[in-house]
Each structure stands twice: as structure tokens, then as C-alpha cells.
Write a protein that binds this ligand. Structure first.
Ligand SMILES: C[S@@+](CC[C@H](N)C(=O)[O-])C[C@H]1O[C@@H](n2cnc3c(N)ncnc32)[C@H](O)[C@@H]1O
Length: 197
């Protein structure tokens, strides 16, 4: 469990909706999306910490303290995974990867009926793409506010894995670095890249 706040409601919805409008939809099947680093917030506090909430600073401060407690799983909630499904459509299959086994366990169990699979993996690992169950390449690979939580000397490896996890023509969403230095990608919008053929 990270001690600082990790996510809040609606954080990247505008970016997700912009990307969903640009994605090329495969014929006859739903999109396959990899989400690296979904994060978990303390129940209700992550909703109160959304941008524009009048109690955002207070909610973030309280959450920073409360998440140090040994909270049961039921007290933790996720927003980004369901926001991805809402943006890209209900037939979307999301593979959630996170270095934190508790995060992927909670999301895999909670959203299994909505096409979500949880896999514990280190995005910066040299063996990331060989992680059992990781069915790369994906139509879209997403790592939002995640690379910044990886030590600087490992960020290039993580960015390379993110670029390699998406099929040619697919999209990469990353909001912290210039991804064109880390794979055959062209920037097509702020935080949005397309994998070149
Ligand atoms: C700041 S949270 C971002 C949450 C969410 N994506 C958002 O934007 O609100 C960072 C997430 O990255 C995960 N993470 C950190 N290092 C990682 C790594 N090496 N591989 C995979 N996930 C990692 C954390 O466990 C956490 O879920």
C-alpha cells in the first residue's frame, strides 16, 4: 500500500474520452486494453478528492492519514478502471497490471464480471511482456500517473515495455514523459500516442 494518495475520481476522464474517440475499433470484438497502475483510494475520500470538489484538500489530507491504517479491502475503491470501460465501451476487456498484488487482487475479484483481469507485474521489469497471462499486444495500453511512481533509473524500461505492449496502430496513453523516445510511437494528442506500423 502506497502511503500517499494514489488516485481520485475522474482524474483522467477527459483524456480517456479523447483517446476513445481516436481509437480504431477492431472488427467483431471488443477492445483489449492494458491498464498499468490503476491505484486504489480510501472509500468515499477519493470521490471527495475529485478536482472541483470544495473539500478536495481536506479529503486528500485525511486520506493520506487514513490509508496508513490496516484497512479491509472493502474500504478501498478504484475509479480509473471503470472510467476506462465507460469511455471505451462495455465490451472492453481490461487487463489491470500493478506491482501491488493487493490492488490487482481486489480489482480482479470486484470487476471480473465486467471483463477485468488482474495480474501482478512490475512494468519496469525486463521480463514484463513474458508475465504469465499477459496477452500482449493490446489495442490500447494505459499508464496514467504511474511512471512517476517508478524510480527514475527504471522509468525508461517501464516506458519501453508500455510501448511494446500495444499492437501497431494501437494507442498508448501516458501523461508524464515524452513516449516517442521509448518506442515506435507518434504523438497524436496530449498524453496520447499511436504505435507506428
Ligand atoms: C499514483 S497511482 C496512479 C493511479 C491511477 N492510474 C491514476 O492516475 O489515478 C500509481 C500506481 O502505479 C502502481 N505502480 C507503481 N510502480 C509500479 C510498477 N513498477 N509496475 C506497475 N505498477 C506500478 C502503484 O501501485 C499505483 O497503483
Amino acid at each position: 500500500m502506497e502511503l500517499q494518495t494514489t488516485t481520485y475520481k475522474g482524474r483522467h476522464v477527459a483524456l480517456l474520452e479523447r483517446a476513445a474517440a481516436l481509437v480504431t475499433r477492431p472488427d467483431g470484438r471488443g477492445l483489449c486494453i492494458m491498464e498499468a497502475g490503476p491505484g486504489l483510494a480510501v472509500k468515499y475520500l477519493g470521490r471527495m478528492a475529485r478536482v472541483g470538489s470544495p473539500v478536495r484538500p481536506v479529503a486528500k489530507g485525511i486520506e493520506t492519514v487514513v490509508r496508513r491504517l490496516p484497512l479491509p479491502d472493502a474500504w478501498l475503491e478504484n475509479y480509473e478502471t471503470v472510467e476506462i470501460i465507460a469511455a471505451f465501451g462495455p465490451r472492453t476487456a481490461v487487463t489491470v497490471v500493478d506491482i501491488n498484488p493487493r490492488t490487482v487482487g481486489i480489482l480482479g475479484r470486484r470487476f471480473a464480471s465486467r471483463g477485468v483481469t488482474g495480474i501482478r507485474a512490475d512494468l519496469a521489469s525486463a521480463a514484463f511482456l513474458e508475465t504469465p497471462g499477459l496477452a500482449a499486444p493490446f489495442d490500447v495500453a494505459i499508464a496514467l500517473s504511474t511512471l512517476g511512481r517508478i524510480p527514475p533509473h527504471r522509468q525508461a524500461a517501464a516506458a519501453g515495455n508500455l510501448a511494446a505492449a500495444v499492437a501497431p496502430g494501437g494507442l498508448v496513453l501516458e501523461d508524464m514523459i515524452d513516449m516517442t523516445a521509448h518506442g515506435p510511437l507518434e504523438a497524436i494528442g496530449a498524453g496520447i500516442y499511436r504505435r507506428l506500423p
